[in-house]
Design a protein around this ligand. Structure first.
Ligand code: KG4
Ligand code: ZN
Length: 324
C-alpha cells in the first residue's frame, strides 16, 4: 500500500510517499519546497505562506509521485497535517489531501504535526514502544514518554523559546545569518566552547522542562561585550546541547526508558547527535531529509495508524492552530 503524506503547517510545502508492505514501512519519496519569500520580512508571513502553498502543492505532489515511480491511482491512502500550525497554511494541504482522497476513493488520515516528527524515525524497523521522544524544532521543544504505540505523554516542554528559535535568534544577533541552526553549527566548529560561560538553565529542577531565553540573553550580553561570533556560537551550542541531553537522560532514568527518539530540525545538529551518542542510551534519529518539516513523516504517521487498525479521519476534520 502506498500512502501520500502532505505537510503545509508552516513555510515548507512537503509531500512524501511511503510504502507499507508486510508490516514494514519504507520512504519512497520525499519532496520539500521551502519558501524564500519570507526572508525579506525576517519571519514567516502567514498569508504569504498560504498563497505559496496553493501555487506549489500540485507540482510538489507530481514530483513526489514521479520520485516514487507511481501514478496517482496507485495511492491507497492520503494523509495531511491538520495541526498544530498556521491555520491558513494547514488548510491548503488539508483540503488538497481530502479532495485527493475523495477523488481516488481511498481513506484519508489527518495527522498531528508532532506525531509526524516522532514517526519520522519510524522507518527504523527496530523501533518499538516504550521510548522517549524529544521533538526539537523551530516551534517546539517537547519531551514525550511513549509507553505504547500511538500514546504520547508530555513530560517536559520549553517554558519560553523553542530550541531552534534560540539557535535562530543567537545566530541573528551574532550576525551569522539564517537559518540559524546550520549557521551556528558551522561557526561553532571554528570557535572555542570555553570562551563564553553560560549558566545551566533550570538547574536543580525536579521536572523535565527546558528554557532557552536565559541563554539567549546571556549570548546577547556576551556579544555586546565583544565575544567573537565563532566563540559565541561554540559556547552557546554546547550549553544548548547540554541542557537538552542532560534533561532527557534524567527523564530516561526516571521513566526507565532505554530508547530515545530525537527529531525535528535541531536533530540535524551534529554536536547534539554526538552528545546523545555518548549517553549510552539507544538513540534513534530520523534519516536524511526527515528531520526538518516534510511530508514523508506525515505519511509515516498515517502508516502507523493503518498498522494499528485506527479508523480513517472524517472529511469534516478541520485545521487547528493549537493542537495539544
Ligand atoms: O522542524 P523544522 O524544520 O521546523 C519547525 O517545525 O519548526 O525546524 C527548523 C529549526 C530552525 O529553527 C533551524 O534553525 C533548526 O531547526 N535547525 C538546526 C539545524 N538545522 C536546522 N538547529 C541546530 N543545528 C542544526 N544543524
Ligand atoms: Zn516541525
Amino acid at each position: 500500500m502506498f500512502i501520500l503524506g502532505i505537510d503545509t503547517s508552516c513555510d515548507d510545502t512537503g509531500v512524501g510517499v511511503v510504502e507499507l508492505s508486510a508490516g514494514r514501512v519504507q520512504v519512497r519519496a520525499n519532496r520539500v519546497w521551502s519558501q524564500t519569500v519570507h526572508a525579506q520580512y525576517g519571519g514567516v508571513m502567514p498569508e504569504l505562506a498560504s498563497r505559496e502553498h496553493v501555487e506549489r502543492i500540485d507540482a510538489i505532489v507530481g514530483e513526489a509521485l514521479s520520485e516514487a515511480g507511481l501514478g496517482i491511482t496507485d495511492l491507497g491512502a492520503v494523509a495531511a497535517t491538520s495541526g498544530p500550525g498556521l491555520v491558513g497554511a494547514l488548510l491548503v494541504g488539508l483540503m488538497y489531501g481530502k479532495g485527493l482522497a475523495q477523488a481516488l476513493d481511498v481513506p484519508f488520515y489527518a495527522a498531528h504535526h508532532l506525531e509526524g516528527h516522532i514517526y519520522a524515525a519510524a522507518s527504523d524497523a527496530e523501533l518499538r514502544a516504550p521510548y522517549l521522544a524529544l521533538v526539537v524544532s523551530g516551534g517546539h521543544t517537547h519531551l514525550f514518554d511513549v509507553p505504547r504505540e500511538g500514546e504520547y505523554v508530555l513530560i517536559g516542554a520549553t517554558r519560553d523559546d523553542a530550541a531552534g528559535e534560540a539557535f535562530d535568534k543567537v545566530a541573528r544577533l551574532a550576525g551569522l545569518g539564517y537559518p540559524g541552526g546550520p549557521a551556528i553549527s558551522a561557526a561553532a566548529a571554528r570557535g572555542n566552547p570555553d570562551a563564553v560561560p553560560f549558566k545551566e538553565p533550570l538547574k536543580g529542577q525536579s521536572g523535565f522542562d527546558f528554557s532557552f531565553s536565559g541563554l539567549k540573553t546571556a549570548a546577547l550580553l556576551a556579544h555586546r561585550a565583544g565575544a567573537a561570533p565563532d566563540d559565541l556560537a561554540a559556547s552557546f551550542q554546547r550549553a544548548a546541547v547540554q541542557t537538552l541531553v542532560k534533561t532527557t537522560v534524567r527523564a530516561a532514568g526516571a521513566t526507565g526508558r532505554g530508547t530515545v527518539v530525537v527529531s525535528g530540525g535541531v536533530a540535524a545538529n551534529r554536536a547534539l547527535r554526538e552528545a546523545f551518542a555518548a549517553t549510552g542510551l539507544r538513540v534513534v534519529f530520523p534519516g536524511p531529509g526527515l528531520n526538518t518539516d516534510n511530508g514523508a513523516m506525515i505519511a509515516l504517521a498515517a502508516a502507523a495508524a493503518v498498522q494499528a487498525g485506527r479508523a480513517p479521519s472524517a472529511l469534516s476534520e478541520g485545521a487547528v492552530a493549537y493542537a495539544p
